[in-house]
Design a protein around this ligand. Structure first.
Ligand code: B12
Ligand code: SF4
Ligand code: SF4
Length: 382
């Protein structure tokens, strides 16, 4: 088989498996490793310690498969539409997490692509599939394989497909005809994403400080969310799509053809009150096979408490009152904050009562803080 025919066969198979973008590059050391290292040194990874551990491995994909000669970079579209109109009683889940966990789907498809090359075509002997959590600089290799360019929000953008896609790679011990990197940088003078980011997390062109990013705060951060950032999170309870929503390159983004990504409205904008009612087993059942499992119940309900507080409507009080009685101190402390945002006498009474029964020092501190912030807001009527 000629190199061109082999490349076409892999492209076609990848397309049949649902990968909308495909590119191939010889395996070489990373060209942006120093950028990654500097990013870590600035502390932008926050508490994601695994990113520090991955630093040496990310120097060269051959650390993951020593025999690798080529890297097939692939992109999988997850765009299935937008959030339905809703009020503050609903939370927002970012698009990539509306349905089944993509890691599983991607690994299955990569295995099928690998079987096609190794078994069906009988070429190469070893391969390794990588998805997201693998120690590889995915955006860099996708860019080198011609899949897109780095937007100012740092996501990879394709001029036709936008940026609503996952990246994934197949390393293989087979020489493949190389594609060319994407050389156009099409952001031009646009700065929409930087301006729209509510927490100013895009600190420079292509540079995101995770510690400020709502995606990190709602998914990766395990403990308490800094108080100054909570009001800026709106009703995002898992991830954040704002910088990509405002990007003009997503204006005509095609819909995903993947059946596994179809989602009901309740998965896109779930009712906050109902989420607060979930016990551990109900949480596991509701989010079985979903990326949302990653936050665990305590993380999700912490985010729900913030969203309820940001809603600021007295109708949020019963759910926040329930949160204040939860067995998890993390949920109690954020519910206390939420009640502080709902400035009514009822919310004040609930907080004051909790002072007498609460024993956890951190929760007590949040309750006192909420009461004093509340007082500042409502002193004249108390
Ligand atoms: C850690 C991580 C995060 C962190 C940090 C994100 C960040 N921007 O650094 C947090 C939790 C905040 C996050 C959020 C999100 N993430 Co994330 N994340 C990752 C992960 C695991 C590592 C990223 C990383 O190493 N960051 C460190 C910085 C330094 O690296 P980088 O962002 O990749 O930047 C590279 C380029 O921009 C380039 N570069 C930077 N500056 C310059 C300058 C020049 C001149 C050049 C040439 C190159 C260059 O070099 C860098 C290093 O290679 C990757 C998967 C992976 N294994 O790579 C997914 C990944 C980047 N995330 C992804 C997604 C979907 C998201 C979210 C959209 C999820 C959501 N809806 O909430 C948000 C988007 C937020 C944003 N604006 O980036 C996708 C991105 C797909 C795409 N189209 O780009 C990835 C690839 C996962 C996947 N397999 O699909 N994520
Ligand atoms: S995902 Fe949200 S918080 Fe993070 S950089 Fe984009 S707009 Fe900002
Ligand atoms: S919103 Fe504008 S600046 Fe941001 S990534 Fe899109 S084109 Fe680039």
């Amino acid at each position: 088989m000629s190199p061109k025919a082999l490349k076409d066969a892999i492209r076609q198979k990848a397309g049949e498996l649902g990968f909308e973008l495909v590119g191939m590059v010889p395996v070489q050391p990373s060209k942006t490793h120093e950028i990654y290292k500097a990013w870590l040194e600035k502390g932008y990874a926050g508490e994601m310690a695994y990113l520090e551990r991955h630093l040496p491995l990310k120097q060269d994909p051959r650390n993951l498969l020593p025999e690798a000669l080529s890297l097939v970079a692939l992109a999988f579209n997850y765009y299935t539409g937008d959030h339905p109109e809703s009020d503050g009683s609903k939370g927002k889940i970012s698009r990539y997490a509306w349905s089944e966990d993509y890691h599983q789907i991607m690994h299955e498809r990569l295995k099928q692509l690998s079987d096609f090359i190794l078994v069906e075509l009988g070429l190469g002997t070893k391969s390794r599939g990588l998805v997201d959590s693998g120690p590889i600089l995915e955006r860099e290799y996708a860019w080198r394989a011609g899949l897109g360019w780095f937007g100012k929000h740092s996501n990879l953008i394709h001029w036709k497909k936008g940026s609503w896609f996952f990246l994934t790679e197949l390393l293989i011990d087979l020489p493949l005809e190389a594609d060319q990197p994407f050389t156009r940088v099409d952001c031009g003078t646009c700065t929409r994403c930087i301006e729209a980011c509510p927490t100013e997390a895009i600190v420079a062109d292509r540079e995101v400080d995770s510690r400020l990013c709502i995606s990190y705060l709602t998914i990766e951060l395990k403990g308490s969310i800094p108080r100054n950032l909570r009001p800026k999170m709106g009703n995002w309870i898992f991830g954040c799509d704002i910088c990509q929503e405002v990007c003009p390159w997503n204006g005509k983004a095609p819909l995903s053809m993947e059946k596994g990504f179809a989602a009901e409205d309740s998965a896109r904008t779930p009712d906050l009150g109902k989420l607060m009612e979930l016990n551990q087993s109900e949480f596991r059942k509701r989010f079985k096979n979903s990326p949302v499992l990653r936050t665990k119940r305590r993380g999700l309900l912490r985010n729900v408490a913030i969203a309820l507080g940001n809603w600021g409507n007295p109708q949020a009080i019963p759910a926040l009152e329930q949160g204040l009685l939860d067995q998890e101190p993390l949920i109690r402390s954020h519910s206390a904050w939420g009640l502080g945002q709902v400035a009514t006498n009822k919310a004040y009474d609930i907080l004051e009562n909790a002072l007498t029964s609460e024993e956890d020092p951190q929760v007590l501190e949040e309750i006192r803080e909420a009461l004093s912030a509340f007082k500042e807001k409502t002193d004249p009527i108390l």
